[in-house]
Write a protein that binds this ligand. Structure first.
Ligand SMILES: *Cc1c(COP(=O)(O)O)cnc(C)c1O
Length: 786
């Protein structure tokens, strides 16, 4: 802001009054911080999307983390967060006239960011150190106040480090794998050291994605060193207080490092943890002792966390398949992997005029950041005219913004000035506008719309019901196929029939996202099933009354309601992806032509589209209400935080009594387990080998328990379809047998079973370690089958 303007504002009573009011409101908000209640959470993430000016995010994962911290602040949950402060962050995108993505990195001036150094009592800048081969790296601690939530950021770019180490925190997802390992050690190990250095102790440790899994290793080291626990006792304590949230729906998306690289950086760790190298490295593997299997951060996180969750219902299911190798002997449906569907922070993403309108109708609680789902139903009380006008304001704002961008040579490049004028002329606020913006990974299939250009031509240039498309998104600098998608869209956009009807805006960031999700009419999403873990941009759109049209994938599986948006079915019709793409494209064209455009252009004499507005109301009341971070944080508290907090309390009470007991019991069972085996299984009272419905029969199993107590093991009978095919197995019934008697090392278990349904099933016996103190079976997943 210019200095004379500041001087003028200093004397502007109206401005000063508004400023004071905002400041007073903020002070009141911050005063509540001392009343924060509930388990204290430590949250770790590689990236945070808080505002476009703080470039420590790249996309969905970061924005989710940023929204979550804001919600923790609003809800006054005692949460601190840890991340890295990047000098260059993620790249800025520019496009050449032909659509080549040009990447540039701008150094952030930390002095101008809303962060400050953390200082100790003597006023010294607090830092932590971490040993890398042949040297020690120092990271300074910065603090960013996200309302009431403190975010601590680690930074290696300063003169206490040699050049090679200064660059560790230059780029987000930039360097090679080795740099990624350094970053993850910094985040996990350094992050815990930073909290310790500041005297911060939390109850529950939440890893947002596997990047931060080393937190568990460092916490175990602390428990061994400070509290003199053994590795296995410390592991019990750490597991009982750790939650791992996985975000990745493809195996290749999970970070994994070659064993040799881990050895280079962490060869001293087994010593400190008082375990062998093999024990250490196997924490990140599913095939123990396979030197070629990489060390997976997700497997490590699973091994160090009692609770694991995906980020939508469907992604929870997919995660069971990806991570299932961790627990051989259990079927997919039995795995202890939950889900919490991602949400978005309402005050960040909902347009100001709509927030005012909602507050007016939805009631007082809504204004105080209490987004009770039932209140959203009152959107039906808003008149169609009022809601539609609010939508038009937002749409006009977006179109104005695009016009400005189009005439700014830094934002837009053309082959000729004539092209610019044609875009300006054909871009119109009264045309049905469809937005598509996201990371340009190939699975998002941004080019699906361009499968048949003649069809597309007739849709956008329909004389009565025209349509325009706004695109934006970055492709990772190493992702050539993703960049080719962008190039293709820019090429199509330059064709005469599509000029000004298809527009690609460069440098998608939070600011542009906000404008787009508020300003378009329809939000389009076309991922390859089931590769969208959750997706959140559509959630931002629907709370603004923008109707979503998406493949049923990620959050939309739960979100879609008839009459409040459109979907492409979840089931794949074709194995062949090209066929599937072609069919999906056809469905998209048909839906736009036959459903979306007619609904949009059906108007009354005052030009209000009542049916469209009715859809907006359904969308806001029945969809948007369920996808806020408010609901999401409630879910995390109910499903995980409270449970973990309670268990952790019990684990450490009386000088870690429970941790010691469980660890000792597991040690005893593990050492006997190799010899535990089923000696005999018999079925009685069966009629000629067949089991009759309604007739009971007895099963008796004899197990050699080799020195264990009969109550140390459980024996269960499982009836299932295709028990040999682990992946598709459907468990029909499970019955636990009861202990009957013991004879030497042999224990006898039996059950009376009465089949209730017909069919031919496989029957199998599974033996497992049993102890009421275990939180769930996967906590100690040894099994023996017979
Ligand atoms: C919300 C958002 C995303 C995530 O959107 P998806 O639906 O997951 O693709 C990515 N980038 C920006 C800038 C966003 O605002």
């Amino acid at each position: 802001m210019k200095y004379p303007r500041l001087l003028a504002l200093e004397k502007d009573e109206i401005f000063l009054g508004k400023m004071d009011a905002v400041h007073a409101q903020f002070k009141d908000y911050m005063k509540e911080k001392s009343h924060a209640k509930g388990p204290r959470i430590a949250y770790f993430s590689m990236e945070y999307g808080l505002h476009s000016s703080l470039k420590i995010y790249s996309g969905g994962l970061g924005i989710l983390a940023g929204d979550y911290l804001k919600e923790a602040s609003d809800k006054n949950v005692p949460m601190v967060a840890v991340g890295l402060l990047y000098r260059y962050g993620y790249f800025t995108q520019k496009l050449s006239a032909s659509g080549e993505q040009e990447v540039s990195y701008e150094a952030q001036n930390f002095a101008k960011l809303p962060i400050s150094p953390v200082r100790d009592a003597q006023g010294n800048w607090q830092s932590i150190q971490i040993a890398f081969p042949g040297r020690v790296v120092t990271a300074r601690i910065w603090r960013c106040d996200v309302g009431r939530t403190e975010l601590y950021l680690l930074d290696t770019d300063h003169d206490l480090n040699q050049n090679e180490d200064r660059s560790i925190t230059y780029h987000l997802y930039g360097g090679d794998w080795e740099n990624r390992l350094k970053q993850e050690m910094l985040l996990g190990i350094g992050g815990i050291r930073a909290l310790n250095a500041m005297g911060i102790r939390q109850d529950v440790y939440h890893c947002n994605e596997g990047h931060a899994a080393f937190t568990g290793i460092e916490r175990i080291r602390n428990l061994i060193h400070n509290d003199k626990l053994s590795f296995s006792e410390a592991l019990e304590v750490v597991r009982s207080s750790s939650l791992f949230t996985t975000h990745t729906p493809v195996p290749a998306g999970h970070d994994a490092f070659p064993e040799s690289m881990i050895r280079q950086y962490m060869s001293h760790y087994p010593d400190r943890l008082e375990i062998t190298w093999d024990q250490f490295i196997n924490l990140g593997k599913t095939n123990p002792n396979d030197p070629n299997e990489k060390f997976s951060m997700s497997f490590l996180a699973c091994n160090l966390s009692q609770e694991v969750n995906g980020v939508s219902w469907l992604h929870g299911e997919v995660s069971k398949e990806i991570l299932g190798g961790m627990w051989p002997g259990y079927f997919k449906d039995e795995l202890h992997i939950g889900y919490v569907t991602n949400g978005v922070h309402f005050p960040t993403w909902c347009a100001a005029n709509l927030k005012r309108l909602y507050a007016k109708y939805f009631g007082e609680g809504f204004r105080n950041k209490d987004y009770r789902i039932a209140a959203w139903q009152k959107v039906h009380d808003i008149t169609d005219r009022e809601l539609w006008d609010a939508r038009l304001v937002l749409k006009n704002k977006l179109i104005d913004h695009i016009r400005k961008r189009v005439s700014d040579p830094k934002q837009f490049r053309f082959d000729s000035p004539r092209q610019m004028i044609r875009i300006q002329e054909s871009l119109r606020p009264d045309v049905l506008t469809i937005g598509f913006a996201r990371r340009f990974a190939t699975y998002k299939r941004a080019n699906l719309l361009f499968t048949n250009l003649d069809r597309l031509d007739s849709i956008v240039n329909n004389p009565e019901r025209p349509v325009q498309f706004i695109f934006a998104g970055k492709a990772h600098p190493n992702d050539k196929p993703g960049q080719d998608l962008i190039k293709r869209i820019v090429e199509v956009a330059a064709m005469p029939q599509f000029t000004g009807k298809i527009i690609f805006l460069q440098n998608y960031d939070m600011e542009l996202a906000r404008r787009m999700v508020q300003g378009v009419d329809v939000w389009l999403n076309t991922p390859t099933r089931p590769l969208e873990a959750s997706g959140t941009s559509g959630e931002k759109a629907v709370m603004n009354g923008v109707l979503q049209f998406s493949v049923l994938d990620g959050w939309w599986v739960e979100g879609y309601k008839k009459g409040g948006g459109w979907m492409l079915p979840m089931e794949r019709t074709f194995e062949n992806q090209d066929f599937q793409n072609e069919m999906d494209a056809e469905l998209i064209y048909n839906t736009i032509e036959e459903e979306i455009a007619p609904l949009y252009y059906r108007r009354d004499e005052n030009n209000v589209p009542h049916d469209w507005v009715e859809s907006i109301k359904v969308c806001v009341a029945d969809i948007a209400a369920n996808f806020t971070t408010n609901r999401m944080l409630n879910d995390y508290e109910e499903r995980f935080y409270r449970k973990l907090h309670e268990r952790h309390e019990r684990m450490v009470a009386e000088d870690f009594r429970m941790a010691r007991e469980i660890a000792a019991w597991k040690r005893r069972v593990s050492s006997a387990w190799d010899k535990v085996h089923v000696v005999n299984t018999e079925q009685f009272n069966m009629d000629k080998e067949a089991i009759l419905i309604g007739h009971g029969y007895d099963v008796e199993v004899v197990v050699d328990i080799d020195g264990l107590r009969p109550e140390d093991i459980g024996v269960e009978m499982i009836l299932a379809d295709q028990i040999t095919d682990n992946k598709n197995v459907r468990v029909i019934a499970k019955r636990e047998l009861t202990f009957v008697r013991q004879d030497g090392s042999r224990a006898f278990y039996s059950v009376r079973s009465t089949p209730e349904s017909t069919g031919s099933f496989d029957m199998a016996i599974r033996v497992f370690p049993k102890n009421d103190k275990l939180p769930h079976r996967m906590d100690f997943a040894l099994v023996k089958w017979a």
